[in-house]
Write a protein that binds this ligand. Structure first.
Ligand SMILES: *Cc1c(COP(=O)(O)O)cnc(C)c1O
Length: 334
């Protein structure tokens, strides 16, 4: 099967860049949802913890259970709210409070303009009252930005809304509440960070999805995807390769089949606009479920070392290219 290498040095380099923005490693909460953006949940949790990160974010309890011992707190974005020493749970709607197990740690998500999740500002007082009634522990108050990656006034407008939220929560007498709103794009563009935590995903994995209008913080891709040779053959001029025979050899050439396909989460793409691997080899013909063909006979080929470049080719974003990768592709540290 294809395999993935994880570059620890690059990961730590990126985390250092983020720590320079937050002022402290203690303020980084590493987002490990969706198999740590395809990088491997346990491996990235381990590396993060070794780096000194004490907080993590996942989607489900099942993910949190796998990395429980490595962090002081784990924020769970969307699951049944239970009482736990380490886990805290996002409240997305008032109903979540009613359903929560009493004694649970919760973090209130406020919709400041993205209109995807979170309670409205006018529901805040009711939420705080309900939280006390249900004997829940409010450990965090958060929001998410809809356009932190583009240059416009929208981010500032959402930030202003969130300032009002902070004010209100403090007035209501809640202490020890951590306020957090920044994702990668927001922290990478900020010049003055004064919150308690950042929830950083894509930036830690080496990608800056900010538009060119911003001073770029240099980051380094952490993941590289390799495929192994399955077999080689010599094509004669006129021979075709793969389903539909989309690629036609125009001369005698040596090609090999490699063990990566769309079944592994690699984009199938369009054979008339072939993807070119990190080693400059265009994929010949259509991508199969488990195979691609390249004009090479090397034992292994680096198919992708920059997910953003691949994403541009496929008309998507680095997040999608990375999270699409099969969870059981083997990973090793380099
Ligand atoms: C996924 C997610 C993040 C991380 O976003 P990046 O752009 O990858 O840094 C932060 N906050 C929430 C609520 C998320 O769902």
């Amino acid at each position: 099967m294809a395999y993935i290498t994880i570059n620890k040095q690059n990961f730590y380099y990126n985390l250092n860049q983020i720590a320079l923005k937050t002022g402290s490693v203690n303020k980084i909460s590493i987002v490990l949802k969706d198999n740590a953006y395809g990088h491997g949940l346990k491996l990235m949790a381990q590396l993060s913890s070794e780096f000194g990160i004490r907080h993590a974010v996942v989607r489900k309890i099942a993910e949190a259970d796998k990395i429980r011992d490595m962090f002081e707190t784990i924020l769970i974005l969307g699951d049944t709210i239970i009482k736990d020493e380490i886990y805290s749970f996002v409240i997305n709607v008032l109903e979540d409070i009613r359903q929560a197990q009493s004694g649970a740690k919760v973090e209130l998500k406020i919709d400041t303009g993205m209109h995807r999740n979170g309670i409205a500002f006018h529901e805040l007082d009711e939420a705080l009252t309900l939280i006390i009634k249900k004997d829940l522990h409010l450990t965090g108050v958060m929001t998410h930005y809809r356009s932190a990656d583009v240059l416009s006034s929208e981010l500032f407008w959402q930030q202003k809304q969130f300032e009002k939220v902070k004010q209100r929560v403090k007035e209501a007498g809640f202490k020890k509440v951590k306020f957090h709103s920044h994702n990668s794009a927001a922290i990478l563009r900020t010049k003055s960070f004064d919150e308690d935590l950042v929830r950083v995903g894509i930036g830690a994995y080496g990608y800056n999805e900010l538009s060119k209008a911003f001073d770029a913080v240099p980051l380094k891709p952490v993941l590289a995807l390799y495929a192994k040779k399955v077999s080689s053959r010599v094509l004669q001029s006129g021979n075709r390769v793969g389903y539909g025979g989309d690629f036609v050899a125009t001369e005698k050439m040596l090609v090999s089949t490699y063990d990566l396909g769309y079944g592994d989460g690699w984009h199938r793409g369009d054979s008339t606009k072939p993807y070119v691997t990190a080693e400059n080899l265009p994929i010949l013909g259509r991508v199969s479920m488990d195979f691609i063909t390249l004009a090479s006979d090397k034992e292994k080929v680096c198919v992708m070392s920059d997910a953003q470049k691949a994403a541009k080719h496929f008309g998507t974003i680095s997040y999608e290219v990375l999270t699409a990768l099969n969870t059981d592709i083997e990973k090793s540290l380099v």
